[in-house]
Unconditional design. Structure first.
Lengths: 157, 253
């Protein structure tokens, strides 16, 4: 609804969600509420409490400061200020504020990181056109690792 | 043939003038019909079924939100179109249905713009406006997928269907639940402490759902369309397009 079809340029300033975006929130996990289990919604999700289970939405996921998600996350776009322990897969744009902490891999199209945000994991972004980039990268790496191992074995033999 | 179900509170003299104006307008439109005054113990379902057998083709509820809820919670099983003439204070559902309060509602009724409405269902009974569980030690399971509990103890639960629910926030904008989007909306508010007059609540959680199971070890109070009961387990579902209703052009869905 409010997602942009074209990703904004990388030098765009960090922008907090506007009030109109907040008005569209359809699912809210309150601050003293704990959700256990796989949690999917067709609309926007706002997490202020804790969720132990996969979170899935095709629209905006907002994780507020102090909130935490302990599982994998899939969303159309995301605005993270809380903690996530799990892989995060976002179709469009993910914004990490200074209080955000992610322990897991991030897959997205556009990444906006505010100074102070903590990420421990791989970041994968589609659209890399450099030869030997993302598409062919992992398989080549694994092949090269195998070949190194094979060479080591041959040397030992 | 139209059947008009008048609420008991309309016996008050202050409504005499308004009711006679409404009846005149209905006669002008050629949709006047039989009037039955509902008593406290009247079983709306049996009255409506009896009148359908006698030839009633449209049932019109005359009163406020309480009248609307109490009649339709029983009569949702009746296969007949319903109309609503809101009279008096306490009419929030009428605005959702796009029906003006007072004489102007007759115009909406005469146009017969019909829409099928979703209603809530719990433990073999329908509710059209709102279901409320006062703060209790409850666990809520949504659509057999995830469980919601409070980290601080008791939770208050409000499930909205037709009656809009506004949570007033001191910090940010008010959140208004818009009914009739193919799902029921559940508001969960954990109790975080006791104030001088009433309990203090934390910010609410909102979950749209189609099926919800509320359980507790102790019996908890359930209030649906003004009727109270004590339960230990309730299953709340959405009965899609259950009631055929005459609505206005300005309806909010």
């Amino acid at each position: 609804m409010f997602q942009k079809s074209t990703p904004p340029p990388m030098d765009t300033e960090y922008k907090a969600p506007t009030s109109s975006e907040n008005d569209d929130v359809e699912t809210v996990v309150g601050p003293s509420v704990h959700v256990e289990g796989d949690f999917a919604s067709e609309g926007n999700i706002l997490v202020k409490g804790s969720v132990s289970g996969n979170v899935k939405t095709s629209k905006l996921l907002t994780v507020e400061k102090g909130a935490q998600i302990l599982a994998n996350v899939r969303a159309g776009s995301a605005h993270i200020s809380g903690n996530i322990k799990g892989n995060v897969k976002v179709e469009d744009r993910i914004e990490l504020t200074s209080s955000a902490q992610i322990l897991g891999d991030i897959t997205c199209s556009t990444l906006v990181v505010e100074p102070g945000a903590l990420v421990q994991g791989k970041v994968m972004m589609s659209g890399v056109s450099i030869v030997g980039g993302e598409e062919s990268g992992p398989s080549r790496t694994s092949r090269s690792r195998r070949s190194v191992k094979q060479e080591d074995q041959e040397e030992q033999d | 043939m139209y059947l008009y179900l008048y609420d008991n509170f309309l016996r008050s003299r202050k409504y005499d003038s308004l009711l006679s104006t409404i009846e005149t307008r209905l006669t002008d439109f050629g949709i006047a019909g039989k009037i039955i005054r509902l008593q406290h113990l009247t079983n709306a379902e049996s009255v409506i079924n009896e009148e359908i057998r006698r030839g009633a083709t449209t049932i019109v509820i005359v009163g406020d939100d309480k009248t609307f809820g109490s009649v339709l919670s029983k009569a949702a099983v009746c296969d007949v179109p319903f109309g609503f003439l809101p009279v008096g204070a306490g009419n929030s559902i009428a605005a959702v249905l796009g029906i003006p309060v007072g004489v102007e509602a007759c115009d909406v009724l005469s146009r017969r713009r019909k829409v099928k409405l979703d209603v809530g269902w719990f433990n073999n009974r329908y509710f059209v406006s709102r279901l409320h569980i006062p703060p209790s030690d409850i666990t809520v399971e949504y659509d057999e997928q995830f469980k919601v509990s409070s980290t601080k103890g008791k939770i208050e639960l409000v499930v909205c269907n037709l009656q809009p629910y506004t949570w007033k926030s001191r910090k940010s904008q008010d959140i208004i639940v818009h009914p009739q989007d193919g799902k029921l909306e559940a508001f969960l508010r954990p109790v975080v402490g006791k104030g001088v007059i009433k309990e203090k609540y934390d910010e609410p959680s909102i979950f749209p759902f189609e099926e919800m199971v509320v359980t507790s070890r102790k019996p908890f109070l359930v209030e649906a369309d003004g009727k109270e009961s004590k339960e230990t387990k309730i299953t709340i579902k959405l009965a899609k397009k259950r009631i055929e209703m005459i609505v206005g052009r300005q309806r909010k869905f």
